[in-house]
Design a protein around this ligand. Structure first.
Ligand code: AMP
Length: 188
C-alpha cells in the first residue's frame, strides 16, 4: 500500500493536490474536513457534535476524530492505499494513527507539507469562500483561529514525522501542475 499524509495550513491547496494524487495512483482520498461536513449536512450525531467546533474554527476533539478515521482506514486494507488530508492535526492524533496502522500491519510512506505564506492563505481562503461557500471561510475571525490552531497544534506534529525521516516540504506557491510535478518527484 502507498499511504501518504498531506500537511498544509487551511488554504494551502492540499485538497486540490491530494485529489490529483489520489486519481493518479488510485488511492483513497480521506479528507477529515469533507467527512465532517457530510456528517454535519446529514445531521448525524457525529455531525451535530462536530458542528459546534467547526463553526468557530476550533478543532474537533481528538477522540471523535480518531474513531472516525480508524473506521475509514479499517475498510481500506485491501486497497492500493490512501491519502490523509487534514489528519493528523495534533500530536495525540499522530500517535493514535501510528498505533492503529501498526495494528493493521501497514505504515505511512511519505508525509508531504505544502508550504504557503500566511498572506497568500488568507487571499485564497477569501476566494474559496466565494466559490465553495464554506461557512468557516466567510468569517475572518474564524479564519484567524484556524490558522492560529494550525501553528499551535499542527506544526509541532511535523517534528514527529521528521524524527521518522518521512517529512518532505514542498513550496505550495505557483501553478497547480508545477506543484504537482514537484510532489511526484519527491514521492517517486
Ligand atoms: P478542513 O476542511 O480540513 O479545513 O477542516 C474543517 C474543520 O473540520 C476544521 O476547522 C476542524 O474544525 C475540523 N477538523 C477536520 N479535521 C480535523 C482533525 N484532524 N482534528 C480536529 N478537527 C478537524
Amino acid at each position: 500500500m502507498k499511504n501518504l499524509i498531506f500537511f498544509g495550513a487551511p488554504g494551502a491547496g492540499k485538497g486540490t493536490q491530494a485529489k490529483k494524487l489520489a486519481e493518479k495512483f488510485n488511492l483513497k482520498h480521506i479528507s477529515t474536513g469533507d467527512v465532517l461536513r457530510a456528517e454535519t449536512a446529514n445531521d448525524t450525531e457525529l455531525g451535530v457534535k462536530a458542528k459546534v467546533f467547526m463553526s468557530k474554527g476550533e478543532l474537533v476533539p481528538d477522540e471523535i476524530i480518531i474513531g472516525m478515521v480508524e473506521k475509514i482506514i479499517s475498510g481500506l486494507l485491501d486497497k492500493n492505499g490512501f491519502i490523509l488530508d487534514g489528519f493528523p492535526r495534533t500530536n495525540p492524533q499522530a500517535v493514535a494513527l501510528d498505533s492503529m496502522l501498526e495494528k493493521y500491519h501497514i505504515s505511512i510512506s511519505d508525509v508531504l507539507f505544502l508550504d504557503v505564506p500566511k498572506e497568500e492563505l488568507i487571499r485564497r481562503l477569501s476566494l474559496r469562500a466565494d466559490i465553495e461557500g464554506r461557512e468557516d471561510d466567510k468569517n475572518s475571525a474564524v479564519i484567524e483561529n484556524r490558522i492560529k490552531l494550525y501553528q499551535q497544534k499542527t506544526k509541532p506534529v511535523f517534528e514527529y514525522y521528521s524524527n521518522q525521516n518521512k517529512f518532505r516540504k514542498i513550496t505550495g506557491v505557483g501553478n497547480i501542475d508545477e506543484i504537482f510535478n514537484n510532489i511526484l518527484t519527491i514521492i517517486n
